[in-house]
Design a protein around this ligand. Structure first.
Ligand SMILES: [Zn+2]
Length: 209
């Protein structure tokens, strides 16, 4: 099954995507991860991206599509769960020309829930793993389960910064979500409880698709 997942920053979509990856046995493709990988591996695309990000500019659509195309040429016979793409109608059309999407999940999470969740979010300094002081506690307080690294709170997880990020997300994602709605591919899921465990939301998504 080929799935696209949408959700505002802080909605937990990365966590749900990796849950679905495990339950459905399909790869989780995150354009954010792909971009970081290209940079880390020092590829031609990676150095092109670095030029934009060093200049504080957004990476153009075509470059992101190029990176995604490269990944989609690898094994996707069982399907995938795609996160972070498409971000524009143009990208949605490009994706359509590469492969056929079966279902698009749209996570609706109220702003106040996101603000609450992000302000309790903690992250590993070494490997970047995400935890939450309420819903996803590490086994030992302040320490990463995966690598033992130190956990910290991100400086940009402040309510006013979060609300601005949400405003930008809504503005840019609305046309793309509409695009899939008119194609009858959209499945809506609402989560208005900041303390619900990721597994429960994962189950609800699985029941929906
Ligand atoms: Zn870690």
């Amino acid at each position: 099954m080929k799935i696209v997942i949408f959700g505002p920053p802080g909605s937990g979509k990365g966590t749900y995507a990796s849950l679905l990856k495990n339950r459905l046995g399909i790869p989780h493709i995150s354009t954010g991860d792909l971009v970081r990988e290209e940079i880390r591996n020092g590829t031609d695309l990676g150095s092109e991206i670095k030029k934009y990000s060093d200049a504080g500019q957004l990476v153009p659509d075509e470059v992101i599509t190029e990176i995604l195309k490269k990944r989609l040429l690898l094994d996707i016979s069982k399907g995938f769960i795609l996160e972070g793409y498409p971000r524009s109608i143009e990208q949605a059309r490009q994706l359509e020309s590469i492969t056929k999407i079966d279902v698009v999940i749209n996570l609706n999470v109220p702003d106040r829930v996101i603000v609450e969740r992000l302000s309790t979010r903690i992250q590993c300094k070494s490997c970047g793993a995400i935890y939450n002081e309420r819903t996803l506690r590490p086994k030992t307080a302040g320490k990463c389960d995966r690598c033992g690294g130190e956990l910290f709170k991100r400086a940009d997880d402040q309510p006013d910064v979060i609300l601005e990020r949400l405003r930008i997300y809504k503005e840019t994602s609305a046309p793309v979500i509409d695009y899939y709605r008119t194609r009858k591919l959209l499945k809506e899921i609402t989560n208005d409880d900041p303390n619900v465990s990721p597994e429960i939301v994962g189950d609800r998504i699985l029941n929906l698709i």
